[in-house]
Design a binder for this molecule. Structure first.
Ligand code: ZN
Length: 415
């Protein structure tokens, strides 16, 4: 509706001209629509444990009557023991529940509570802190921490997989590490650290009082990838497939963590997650130079000049993911460790891809994915000290160039 058709008086029309109604487009319109919320905390409140089991069975197996036995794989209408909320296999006689051989095997919380916590977690735009979930649902911090990490593991192993084909946008963002904070002019080491100086390159040019010469601002510090980087800095590589529908954004996301954004790491990622028929869009980074040869096409956009090129060359969907991840890293995770960085990124990739699902569909999608990956490989036995040791990095990393004093440095002994 334009301002001309609005039945308003003179003054109001003037005001409307100054502040025109903004047309809601894209995901914002969806979020405010009726369809976006088809399920709420109230609906979960009404669920009995049996209903929760049947809801999950229907979500995971697509049926509450027929399913395949997690022990022997026999697909049949197995016997349901409604008091135990378990099934008994018609072939191997073993009993199983809806969470047998899944990341939630041997769960101690009731399924209703797991659903409630997961629902609350899934509804955050950029996530929800485990500490807040602990307060909201009155559970121990280790319990809720492992629970949400099991959800992330399910997304990492069940969602961040598979080869994409189409127009892919690719980008790398730097995350963690000291230099990343420096770039944002934040003091190091929290509140006790001194306030940052105004960087010299932001100062006004000075006139020399004696000679009258103007001394321009010094060159800004070089923060590109050729300068030395701290060792804990990581690059989060993201690849997003553009949807065919116009104006609906990307439809699928893949992520990987690397130490450097180099030709080796980006090629490794692109080859792993995209078919050779794909067309790539990226920024002007030289790492992507070989993409025109390796894939069906490659367009690049010069970010120093514009956000989008004339032929639709842009990687704005990839930047959209970067923004969501940045929001989460600074507002939810606060200090994501490098060890679990990929898990966190997989969570954000899932949030991006399910942004247009209603609350109920999102919860079902989450459990369908998470309960499909088998037993937890990372979190089983966590409370007994069995922790994942390794960081999940993509191949092709050369070690980050260290900063500061070389290894083994000792001060000179006094003479
Ligand atoms: Zn069986």
């Amino acid at each position: 509706m334009t301002s001309a058709t609005l039945p308003l008086g003179g003054a109001a029309t003037e005001e409307r001209k100054l502040f025109p109604l903004r047309k809601r487009t894209g995901t914002a319109a969806f979020h405010l629509s009726k369809e976006a919320v088809d399920f709420g905390a109230e609906d979960l409140e009404k669920l009995s444990e049996k209903q929760a089991v049947l809801l999950l069975a229907d979500t995971v197996w697509g049926s509450t009557k027929e399913m395949s036995c997690p022990h022997c794989g026999t697909f049949d209408a197995h016997y349901f023991y409604s008091r135990e909320l378990r099934w008994k296999c018609k072939c191997c006689d073993k009993k199983f529940s809806v969470t047998s051989k899944t990341v939630f095997a041997d769960h101690k919380l009731s399924l209703v509570k797991i659903l409630k916590i997961a629902y609350s977690w899934a509804n955050g735009a950029a996530g929800k802190p485990a500490l807040q979930l602990r307060r909201d649902w009155k559970v121990g911090y280790p319990t809720v921490f492992t629970l949400v990490h099991k959800l992330r593991e399910g997304l990492l192993r069940g969602f961040n997989v598979g080869v994409l084909c189409g127009v892919q946008e690719m980008d790398g963002m730097d995350i963690n590490g000291r230099r990343y904070r420096e770039k944002r002019n934040k003091p190091q080491g929290g509140g006790g650290a001194p306030k940052p100086r105004i960087p010299p390159h932001l100062l006004k040019p000075q006139v020399d009082p004696e000679t009258g010469e103007i001394h321009g601002p010094p060159k800004p510090p070089k923060y590109d990838k050729t300068s030395k980087q701290p060792e804990d800095r990581r690059i989060l590589l993201v690849m997003r497939q553009r949807g065919v529908a116009k104006g609906k954004g990307a439809v699928a996301t893949r992520i990987a963590v690397a130490k450097t954004e180099s030709a080796k790491t980006v090629t490794e990622m692109a080859r792993r997650y995209a078919s050779a028929e794909s067309v790539f869009c990226s920024d002007e980074d030289t790492s992507y130079a070989a993409f025109a040869r390796l894939f069906a096409g490659h367009k690049s956009v010069a970010h120093s000049r514009s956000y989008s090129g004339p032929d639709g060359a842009n990687n704005n969907q990839a930047e959209s993911f970067n923004w969501r991840m940045r929001r989460a890293a600074e507002g939810i995770y606060l200090n994501p460790s490098n060890k679990y960085l990929k898990d966190y990124a997989a969570e954000q990739a899932w949030r991006e891809d399910t942004r247009r699902l209603s609350t109920g569909k999102k919860l079902k999608h989450l459990f369908r994915v998470v309960l499909s990956v088998g037993l937890s490989a990372f979190w089983r036995g966590y409370s007994h000290g069995k922790h994942r040791e390794e960081e999940l990095l993509i191949e092709g990393n050369s070690p980050a160039k260290g900063r500061g004093r070389p290894k083994g440095w000792r001060p000179k002994p006094p003479r």
